[in-house]
Write a protein that binds this ligand. Structure first.
Ligand SMILES: *Cc1c(COP(=O)(O)O)cnc(C)c1O
Length: 490
């Protein structure tokens, strides 16, 4: 049999993803993929730890170059694999936990108080006790929490290390709303009047400030950081031992290889919403754009997949913020001896995962559209935004002919009309055959697990960790994430 290599969908008018060599090695090996699907079922998620470790070093180097005391906490909610937690600890960074299970599992894997932070939106008693017992800083959001944490700490005869979550920063004259945290204008006086000896929350030890902003604005983060530096200075002067400012996550990544493709896509989507061209999405879904009075309104409601300023550069811009009138943020942090902390989720997971599924059927619907049914469902690759805008890859058993090009939508196993895996129409060099494979790349950040459900009683996808860079890679080089133990093991 002639070996067919992988082919990207949308030879023209595509959204070409950036991919890594390890992804290419796997996609170039149809026998390996057959072996993995035979052993583990469809779909499978493949995880590459070395890429994660590289992303960690990238941020670490920036802090080092800027001479900052820093710590990175991997926001593990973005992917449930234990392998990333183990790798985070091995790489010497911490873990941001947002639930009791995330916290207890991280502790069981060898994390200690200094490696952890608890940022859960809803904090239950067992969660808080576990954090206090292990000296894990708890990020506080409201008075009820302060009360409960202080009460539990006192009952345990301990002090609770806490940071206060701050929000409501005013940027370019506009106050930013958030449902989380204490208002920036009130937090300092709130802490002064409630925390400390003889005050309501005697057993809290305030060690830091925290914010995590919605969206991806560098300016908003810089302004928030400057505000927090002033608050730290003010509170330190009153005797509060604040050590760190934690600026949360939301560091942009760049998924796409070509800026022009991103711009063209936007233009073509507007055109199709306006009815000036064939639909390029299922049901002419505007992905945020709408037609009102013959005009396209709204804005693209997807993640901004193309970003020139991303990763380390994005963070660098925040830290170098400043002008003639103010010292740069990095300088201020150095001068004040404040530790800078970040909680990246998505950005540490860039290039660390792919999802592979098997083709089960093909059908032409009543509108003449080709639907390709995959053995997976919408919850196994679901974006929190309007669509996942990366072209998929196909692994065909037999090569396409000259004139076989075809437009398709990929559909999933849930009994919902909307279980269409990508809203975008994908042009393929030929109609896939049953048992051909589809590969979705760069799915580790949120796409694999965040919305995963087991409706219909389907099994969850298996998460397979590529243990090392073998050549050639074999089925035995992968371990199931369920088998991952502490960070010293595997
Ligand atoms: C979600 C979240 C993060 C991680 O955000 P990313 O966009 O994945 O980097 C970090 N901190 C908090 C408090 C969060 O809620």
């Amino acid at each position: 049999m002639k070996k067919i290599h992988f082919v990207k969908g949308n030879r023209e008018n595509g959204l070409t993803p950036i991919i890594s060599d390890w992804m290419r090695s796997i996609m170039n090996d149809p026998d390996l993929i057959d072996g993995l699907l035979a052993k583990y079922g469809s779909p499978i998620n493949i995880i590459h730890r070395d890429s994660f470790a590289n992303n960690i070093s990238d941020f670490g180097e920036l802090f080092k170059n800027l001479g900052l005391t820093s710590q990175i906490f991997y926001a593990r909610k973005a992917n449930k694999c234990k392998a990333f937690v183990a790798q985070a600890l091995r790489s010497g960074i911490g873990v941001d936990t947002a639930s009791e299970r995330e916290l207890s599992q991280s502790i069981a894997m060898g994390a200690t108080g200094k490696d952890l932070v608890l940022t859960a939106a809803i904090k239950t008693e067992p969660q808080i006790r576990l954090a206090i017992e292990n000296g894990v800083p708890i990020i506080l959001d409201n008075t009820d929490e302060c009360q409960l944490v202080s009460h539990l700490a006192s009952a345990m005869g301990r002090e609770a290390l806490v940071g206060f979550r701050v929000s409501g920063f005013t940027v370019e004259g506009k106050k930013r709303y958030s449902r989380f945290g204490f208002d920036v204008e009130q937090v300092a006086s709130y802490i002064e009047s409630t925390v400390g000896e003889g005050k309501p929350f005697e057993n809290l030890r305030t060690v830091g400030l925290h914010f995590h902003l919605d969206g991806y604005s560098v300016l908003q983060r810089s302004v928030a950081l400057l505000d927090c530096i002033s608050i730290v200075k003010k509170l330190r002067a009153k005797g509060y031992p604040l050590r760190f400012i934690d600026i949360g996550g939301g560091i942009l990544i760049n998924y796409l290889a070509h800026k022009t493709e991103w711009q063209n896509f936007d233009a073509r989507l507007r055109q199709s919403v306006k009815g000036e061209s064939e639909p390029i999405t299922f049901g002419n879904n505007g992905l945020g754009y709408e037609l009102t009075d013959g005009n396209v309104s709204g804005k693209l409601a997807t993640y901004p997949y193309y970003n020139e300023t991303n990763g380390r550069e994005f963070l660098k811009k925040i830290l170098n913020y400043g002008d003639d009138s103010i010292q740069s943020i990095a300088e201020q942090l150095r001068n004040e001896g404040i530790e800078i902390r970040i909680e990246p989720g998505r950005s540490l997971l860039d290039q660390t995962g792919i999802t592979i599924a098997r083709v089960i059927h093909r059908k032409k619907d009543v509108n003449g559209q080709w639907l390709v049914g995959l053995e997976m469902n919408m919850s196994q690759m679901m974006s929190s935004s309007a669509d996942f805008l990366l072209d998929p890859y196909l692994i065909f058993e037999t090569p396409p002919g000259e004139d076989d090009e075809i437009e398709v939508y990929f559909t999933g196993a849930y009994c919902l009309e909307r279980d269409v895996l990508l809203k975008r129409k994908i042009t393929l060099p030929k109609l896939p055959e049953i048992d051909d494979k589809v590969v979705f790349v760069n799915t580790a950040g949120y796409m694999m697990h965040f919305f995963e459900t087991q409706a219909h009683g389907f099994d969850l996808a298996r998460n397979l960790i590529l243990t090392d860079d073998y050549s050639p890679i074999s089925v035995e080089n992968f371990i199931d994430d369920n088998q991952i133990g502490g960070f010293a093991a595997n």
